[in-house]
Design a protein. Structure first.
Length: 136
């Protein structure tokens, strides 16, 4: 792809945003919508995020690691057990993260929108960037 070529379409991939800071959650949601993603949900609490994951309503996720003092590790484990790709968007450095996040792409806050979108695209299967297959 040349520098001037448009990025591949994301075809409505449903992204779960797990972020406890409301303003940042809103900015993330708008950024993803502008990039062509669909929003599966925005959750600021562990229980709400797990409910979305358990329904199978998301194709990928962006996780903050600390939700008002509660670790998001159970969400990472639930996503991993279902084969749902996710990235970690956090203010913590990689060496500060618990093992549940060790296999995820780490994006440090603050982050430019272009960097976040590129990181999110990188965790989606390349052959499916036109949209998730087999989804109803």
């Amino acid at each position: 792809m040349t520098a001037s070529a448009a990025p591949p379409e994301v075809g409505g991939w449903r992204i779960l945003i797990v972020e406890d800071e409301p303003t940042l959650a809103f900015v993330l949601e708008e950024t993803l919508i502008d990039a062509g993603f669909a929003i599966a949900g925005v959750a600021g609490r562990l229980e709400a995020a797990l409910a979305v994951v358990e329904t199978g309503a998301c194709d990928a996720a962006i996780l903050d690691t600390n939700l008002s003092g509660v670790s998001a590790a159970p969400i990472a484990q639930a996503l991993e057990s279902r084969g749902v790709p996710f990235l970690v968007l956090t203010g913590y450095s990689r060496n500060q993260l618990v093992e549940a996040f060790s296999g995820a792409l780490h994006v440090q806050k603050p982050c430019r929108p272009e960097r976040l979108i590129a990181a999110l695209r990188s965790i989606l299967p390349a052959d499916l960037l036109d949209g998730p297959a087999g989804r109803t």
